[in-house]
Design a protein around this ligand. Sequence first.
Ligand code: MN
Length: 232
Amino acid sequence: MTEVFPAKTPTYLKTTTGQDFPVNRVFCVGRNYAAHAREMGANPDRDPPFFFTKWAETVLNSAPMDHLETPYPPQTASYHHEVELVVAIGRMGFEIPVDGAEDHIWGYATGLDMTRRDLQGVAKKMGRPWDTGKNVENSCPTGRLQPLAGHGHIHAGAISLQVNGETRQTGDIADMIWSVPEVIADLSKFYTLQAGDLIFTGTPAGVGPVQRGDVITCSIEGLPGLRVRIGA
Ligand code: MN
């Protein structure tokens, strides 16, 4: 094979065991906490979950974790934080039943689904795709990925986000409208899930804008935290 140009290096997530997890695709769940659905002006009913996607390369997890920085992106005046539980898929599956869904999980991490909220708002109003609002370069800073082995599944626990030390988002994993197994089961009706896929499972209430120079800290009970600075 003669490459026209060198193929890109895959995006890797650093794990707590020192391994590197190759990221395949990024799926995100919209409105999965009732209080956040309400703050976005949506009905928090238990409608089927809906999904959007981001490129694998939006995931940002470069060492050292204490100095993660994500640039402030172009074409927005309202770059919003969304802290989320990230599920890493380790085994392929299609039409996965809810009661077998956890068997497909490799591990969990704390992540950010950073969003150009102004562009997403325009897209919603015009009935257009969300891509420029959501699929933003470097928009998914993610903490170290913790394997299931030795830690177990995450069904509940506090999830929170601070900006410059001030708490902005709080919630509990147990308050998801659609649980992680239900999300995996539903998503796998549409796609054959593959090892390396990540699922961002939705954000609790309290989303808001960040400014250049802000420092975001995220925590989910039982997982490594995430600290990220918003660059220039
Ligand atoms: Mn989100």
